[in-house]
Design a protein around this ligand. Structure first.
Ligand SMILES: Cc1cc2nc3c(=O)[nH]c(=O)nc-3n(C[C@H](O)[C@H](O)[C@H](O)COP(=O)(O)OP(=O)(O)OC[C@H]3O[C@@H](n4cnc5c(N)ncnc54)[C@H](O)[C@@H]3O)c2cc1C
Length: 443
């Protein structure tokens, strides 16, 4: 179930091993959280996942295999930070700010990295301080451990940027697990050398489109799965307009959506309660399109951060040849929930006005504007992915990947490396295919 990257990779692996597969997809397209938007003249921007970092080896290898090239995110020039209504230019990763704040940020980041390394990636609930770390949110930890309000504010923005949730939403243990799963905090937040380093020529959805092409008729679109009947000897998957009897079922949809499928017999309580406790983040990805990237003329990279918002993090998202100019901004967490309820025109005005404040009057009149409100998508219901609130990992984590009879679980949220990212989705697809093959061969 699910023709996102995880489901497609799993199906391809199983087919390569000589098994027959059918992928049932609810939407009328493949890619799930990967979606290209046409902005004219053969150019696309991604309204879903887009970046890959240098340590995301699986998704980069998949791209190479599929003949999809990467290009670097535009970073040349100075970055901007709008800090409590003051606009400051800076070079490199660290904004020019009060020295006490910078020291505080560096010390806290070093502590986060040290704690993160102690979280086992395949079993975060076995971390030495799992109970303590999972009984508090990251906000609680910030208030107790980070002295300056400036440093706390910066971390809150970074948490929104990485998890599309507020620091008060996310379990400290989850933040540490996720940080370890990416390598370190810099890997999560960085552009050069980090998760935002590169983009895919032709848009990231090409990965899914090419896998879908390869699988051909084995992918059935517009077929939402509603019910899974399972026994020791077989599985029957019931979808709108189709039923499939099979030796094994892979559910490659985010945990929160797994909980909306009916199972007969019902799943064990721990698995069902896990799906009640892994909410999706909230993000609206917004892009304003201009004739050219005018900010580059002013020596600006297009990367900006703002404490005022509503857009807190911005990037130059122009195509590889720099034409047209595209400014990308994310509305995340509480802001995204608020603005998600606004009329599209009012939201667009608020976003464009924020771009104008940061990049000047030329940003006020884009030629076009593209956005995606992921929480409104029936078959995703929030993004970038699921996170664990306090208590999630310790009490329910062991039900995340454990197969239930002939039902197996995949998706970026089940990954141990680059959890929540495209790379994690690929890892989960490969892992679940091996798991299913072992189970079928042993049967
Ligand atoms: C705005 C945004 C920005 C992001 N940025 C990045 C980034 O820069 N880099 C990065 O690596 N990752 C990023 N991500 C995350 C990345 O897109 C995901 O981790 C990845 O695409 C998840 O793949 P998946 O196959 O696990 O899940 P999905 O892509 O969610 O696939 C699940 C599929 O299941 C289908 N489905 C759901 N319910 C049913 C049902 N009942 N029956 C049948 N089918 C069903 C869905 O339609 C979907 O196609 C971003 C995501 C978003 C939304």
């Amino acid at each position: 179930m699910g023709a996102g990257l995880a489901g497609l990779v799993a199906a391809r692996e199983l087919r390569r091993a000589g098994r027959s597969v059918v992928v049932l997809e609810a939407r009328d397209r493949v890619g799930g959280r990967l979606l290209n938007a046409d902005i004219g003249d053969g150019n696309v921007v991604e309204v879903g996942g887009q970046w890959a970092g240098p340590t995301q080896k699986r998704v980069l290898a998949l791209a190479r295999e599929l003949g999809i090239e990467t290009f670097p995110t535009h970073t040349r020039g100075e970055n901007l930070i709008e800090w409590r209504s003051r606009l400051v230019r800076y070079r490199g990763a660290i904004p020019r700010m009060n020295a006490a704040v910078l020291v505080d940020v560096a010390q806290a980041q070093a502590r986060i990295d040290r704690m993160a390394k102690r979280v086992p990636l395949d079993a975060p609930w076995l971390a030495p301080k799992a109970e303590l770390w999972d009984s508090q949110t990251f906000e609680t930890w910030l208030r107790r451990n980070v002295a300056t309000s400036g440093a706390r504010e910066l971390f809150r923005i970074l948490v929104e940027a990485v998890w599309a949730a507020d620091a008060a939403d996310v379990s400290l243990l989850h933040l540490l697990f996720y940080t370890h799963s990416a390598g370190g905090f810099d890997d999560l937040i960085g552009t050069e050398g980090g998760a935002q380093q590169d983009r895919f020529v032709g848009g990231s959805q090409l990965l899914a489109l090419k896998l879908g092409e390869e699988l051909g008729g084995d992918v059935v679109l517009e077929t939402p799965v509603t019910r899974i009947e399972h026994s020791a000897s077989a599985v029957r998957v019931v979808a709108d307009g189709r039923e499939v009897s099979t030796g094994a079922a892979i559910v490659a949809v985010p945990p929160a959506l797994c909980g909306r499928i009916a199972y007969a017999p019902p799943l064990p309580a721990i698995r069902d309660q896990l799906t009640q406790r892994m909410p999706q983040g909230t993000v609206i990805k917004c892009m304003a399109i201009y004739e050219r990237p005018f900010w580059r003329d002013a020596g600006l990279s297009g990367q900006a951060t703002s404490t005022e918002g509503p857009v807190k993090v911005m990037f130059d998202n122009s195509p590889p040849n720099g034409s047209p100019g595209v400014l990308l901004g994310f509305l995340e967490g509480r802001r995204a929930r608020e603005l998600g309820e606004w009329q599209p025109e009012a939201r667009r005005n608020a976003v464009v006005d924020c771009f104008r404040r940061i990049f000047g009057p030329d940003a006020a009149k884009p030629l076009d504007y593209v956005e995606r409100v992921w929480a409104q998508e029936e078959w995703t219901r929030g993004c970038y992915g699921c996170y664990m609130p306090p208590g999630g990992w310790v009490s329910y984590g062991r039900a995340l990947r454990a197969p239930i009879g002939r039902i197996h679980w995949a998706g970026a949220e089940t990954a141990t490396v680059w959890n929540g990212y495209m790379d994690g989705a690929v890892q989960s697809g490969e892992r679940v295919a091996a798991e299913v093959l072992a189970a079928l061969n042993g049967a």
